[in-house]
Design a protein around this ligand. Structure first.
Ligand SMILES: Cc1cc2nc3c(=O)[nH]c(=O)nc-3n(C[C@H](O)[C@H](O)[C@H](O)COP(=O)(O)OP(=O)(O)OC[C@H]3O[C@@H](n4cnc5c(N)ncnc54)[C@H](O)[C@@H]3O)c2cc1C
Ligand code: FES
Length: 325
């Protein structure tokens, strides 16, 4: 059995067990959420030994080079020493300065960072409450904005999202990141962009759209936003206004049920791939519901998009308490 030391203490670890599982069992409160390598809230730094195979998937090269690994993916096979302090030290503080409804169940949360944060529009941050609860959210604002904006869907019983919905202005959180590959590349200024997402998957797409326009994007930009019903759509007027003033931008709201003017009825993936049978030469951005994102990623690749041109962020939620990952 490999020997594991965390912040100088010995921690028992069983064969095949992840660092996250071993630490939680030993009472070390490592922040975590998805348990699937998507949210990056469970970062720890390897201070002695080799990062376990597959434990750095999706990490920024700078983090990987420093020896950071994802606790939920790291399954030690050899002796390892890790530090949780190093990841905590990489956080900055933020203060909630506004919580504004955007729709029936989506709020705009604005956070003032304690120091300037370098990020690309559409990347995500991990927000940590002082009790250690950690969740990741895509940044909807553009670099240089005074506040970091997030579109948060308030889930029934959702621990973080319900707190956000009622959090008093002035509440402090920690912010870790940015992470994620879902951002605009100015080198793609003439390429057609297809932006497709469901629910609050609009947050990174909104940021990518505005960042592309800010960079003078010349190719067509097609944004498709899906929701269960018309009440699940938001920022409709704002997006129609962008499309109305930029000839290269089109916006298609899609719903599964119900019908309103200028809204397509159908599953988002069917609408996207009904429109695009050939995605060769396109940049594709896919965000939101994890199952749909995975499905659309596969279909985009089969439709000819290069893997390097498919930028996807799946909003994987935490398993229900008591459910093993
Ligand atoms: C990279 C990344 C980016 C993300 N970006 C965003 C973002 O921009 N905006 C955003 O709102 N979220 C985003 N998320 C999801 C977010 O991190 C949280 O998981 C989400 O806010 C729920 O957290 P919670 O604490 O409120 O709910 P929890 O207390 O964790 O409860 C979530 C529970 O609700 C269940 N659940 C999941 N979906 C639904 C649903 N549709 N209806 C009812 N129950 C459901 C799940 O089974 C889960 O058990 C992102 C996730 C990742 C990994
Ligand atoms: S990446 Fe490990 S808990 Fe989400």
């Amino acid at each position: 059995m490999p020997a594991l030391r965390c912040d100088g203490q010995s921690v028992p670890v069983e064969a095949g067990e992840s660092l996250l599982e071993a630490l939680l069992k030993a009472g070390v409160p490592l922040p975590h959420s998805c348990r699937a390598g998507a949210c990056q809230s469970c970062l720890v730094k390897v201070t002695a030994g080799e990062p376990p195979a597959g434990s750095q998937v999706g990490l920024r090269p700078a983090l990987a080079q420093q020896g950071f690994v994802l606790g939920c993916l790291a399954r030690p096979e050899h002796d390892l020493e890790i530090s949780t302090d190093a990841a905590a030290a990489a956080s900055i503080r933020g203060t909630i300065v506004g919580v504004t409804p955007l729709s029936r169940d989506v709020v705009l949360v604005s956070i003032s960072p304690s120091e300037p944060l370098s990020y690309r529009a559409g990347q995500f941050l991990t927000v940590l409450r002082d009790d250690g609860l950690a969740r990741s959210y895509s940044i909807a604002s553009l670099p240089g904005s005074p506040y970091l904006d997030f579109h948060v869907r308030v889930l029934p019983g959702g621990r973080m999202s319900q707190w956000f919905a009622s959090a008093p202005v002035g509440s402090d959180v920690a912010l870790r990141g940015p992470n994620g590959e879902c951002f605009y590349d100015p080198a793609a200024v003439d390429m057609p962009l297809v932006l497709a997402g469901t629910g609050t998957g609009l947050a990174p797409l909104w940021a990518v759209l505005h960042d592309a326009l800010r960079h003078g994007h010349r190719g067509p930009i097609d944004l498709l936003h899906g929701a269960r019903d018309p009440e699940g759509l938001y920022l409709v007027d704002a997006l129609e206004a962008v499309a109305g003033t930029h000839p290269n931008v089109s916006y298609s709201p899609c719903v599964l049920t119900g019908s309103v003017e200028r809204t397509t009825v159908g599953a988002l993936d069917d609408v996207v791939f009904g429109r695009y049978s050939n995605l060769a030469g396109h940049q594709v951005f896919l965000c939101g519901d994890p199952t749909l994102v995975q499905k659309m990623k596969r279909r985009a690749f089969l439709a000819g998009a290069r893997l390097a041109d498919i930028h996807a962020d799946a909003f994987v939620t935490a398993p229900k308490p008591g459910v093993a990952s």
